[in-house]
Design a protein around this ligand. Structure first.
Ligand SMILES: Nc1ncnc2c1ncn2[C@@H]1O[C@H](COP(=O)(O)OP(=O)(O)O)[C@@H](O)[C@H]1O
Ligand SMILES: [Mg+2]
Length: 392
């Protein structure tokens, strides 16, 4: 099984510690993203998996084999880069065939004229041609085989680069921002194509991106990185709904999560900008940062008064950009299109969080578990049973 295990990987460039002990395990056949802001160490980590960079400490294993000491060429993984790295003087077919030609034909056999004289070369070349054609079919680029990279669009070049990786049948694909040179519409299409391709080929894929939407829409699991650490590793749904830290909550989700000042008062009862909620942080008191996703605020009779600054009608949703009346914190509210009239015609609105949707973070930025007042009351009533409260 071609899973990948990273165990306490450390890397520094001079004085700068770029990876501070990263441990992750990727299941065989999974599509996993490393996501985080520029400079957080994603490319360095990918290059360490590929063997293009050596870690200062830690272990890399691929398909159950410790490859920490192996060269890139001996790891049987294929890198796909942002800039495609195609040879401009070769045709698409030649570019795609290159890894197989290098592996299966000797230097003499590869020579243009001498090679033809060596017996058996023809058969091997025919086999390579057939394999390249198969990969080309998978990527719908069969009609481009005679072109050179200069005669291709960005999306076509990216497909050729993918094709060159596929023909090798590697144990893993390692992709470093492969779509970032494409325009927005094409990038969107290529996301689906890559996911489709992954489903058909089934090879473990590690995908590096700074674009959280890309990571969220494509991956089985997402590793959120910041400053050389992995803050959280989980499914897209987990990192969105149950972020481990305030940094993860802020990085994942668009529009960004609202972070508002809050407090755990008597019996842990949470208030947000002074407005009471039905959430309770058991055994917690004092100031907290409260996170509320834009879609988890609804127009209500009672709650948080906001000043509407700007309203966007996006067809399937309405985005309200606002400030709260007291502290002046910026807020985004995502409403149903039916709320358009009301949002656009009012200077102020009152909004309230949907029950069970608040996120709370302590001073260190770690998430604090919340329960509803109802659950808290039940827990109170059953104090001797010491039941673990159900977190909402
Ligand atoms: N070869 C290198 N020499 C010195 N510093 C480097 C080198 N490669 C990367 N870095 C630094 O390491 C940090 C992480 O870089 P990188 O892994 O490329 O981040 P990301 O891909 O997440 O944007 C950055 O601060 C970058 O400047
Ligand atoms: Mg990078």
């Amino acid at each position: 099984m071609a899973g990948i295990v990273l165990d306490r990987i450390e890397k520094a460039f001079g004085e700068t510690r770029v990876l501070k002990g990263v441990s992750l395990g990727f299941d065989a056949g999974a599509f996993v993203s490393l996501v985080g802001p520029s400079g957080c160490g994603k490319t360095t980590l990918l290059r360490i998996i590929a063997g293009l960079e050596r870690a200062d400490a830690g272990m890399v294993s691929i398909a159950g084999r410790d490859v920490t000491g192996l060269r890139a060429a001996d790891r049987d993984v294929a890198m796909v880069f942002q800039n495609y790295a195609l040879y401009p003087h070769m045709t698409v077919e030649q570019n795609m065939a290159l890894p197989l030609v290098m592996r299966r034909l000797s230097a003499v056999e590869r020579a243009p004229f001498l090679g033809r004289l060596v017996s058996g070369t023809g058969e091997r070349r025919t086999a390579i041609k057939a394999e390249v054609a198969e990969a080309a079919k998978l990527l719908s680029i069969g009609h481009l085989m005679e072109r050179r990279p200069g005669q291709l669009s960005g999306g076509q070049r990216q497909r050729v680069a993918l094709g060159r990786a596929i023909v090798r049948h590697p144990k893993a694909f390692l992709m470093d921002e492969p779509l970032s040179n494409l325009d927005a519409a094409l990038r969107h299409d290529m996301r689906r194509e890559l996911v489709d391709l992954h489903k058909r080929v089934g090879v473990t894929t590690v995908y590096v991106t700074h674009d959280q939407a890309e990571a969220m829409t494509m991956s089985d699991r997402v590793a959120v990185m910041l400053g050389g650490n992995v803050l959280q590793f989980g499914s897209p749904r987990e990192v969105y709904e149950q972020p481990a830290t305030i940094e993860v909550a802020k990085f994942i989700g668009s529009p960004r999560i609202n972070i508002l000042p809050g407090e755990a008062g008597a019996e842990g009862r949470i208030s947000v900008v002074g407005a009471a909620t039905d959430a309770v942080a058991p055994r917690t008191t004092g100031k907290l940062d409260i996170g509320i996703r834009p879609e988890h605020l609804v127009i209500a009779d009672d709650g948080l008064a906001i000043i509407v600054r700007h309203v966007e009608f996006l067809g399937s949703e309405v985005l309200v950009y606002a400030r709260d009346t007291s502290g002046g914190d910026h807020l985004t509210v995502r409403l149903d299109p039916q709320a358009w009239e009301r949002a656009a015609s009012h200077e102020t609105l009152t909004v309230a969080p949907q029950p069970g949707k608040l996120l709370a973070f302590d001073a260190a930025g770690n998430r604090v578990g919340l329960i509803s007042t109802e659950t808290a009351a039940q827990v109170q009533a059953h104090v001797p049973s010491r039941r673990v409260p159900r977190y909402v």
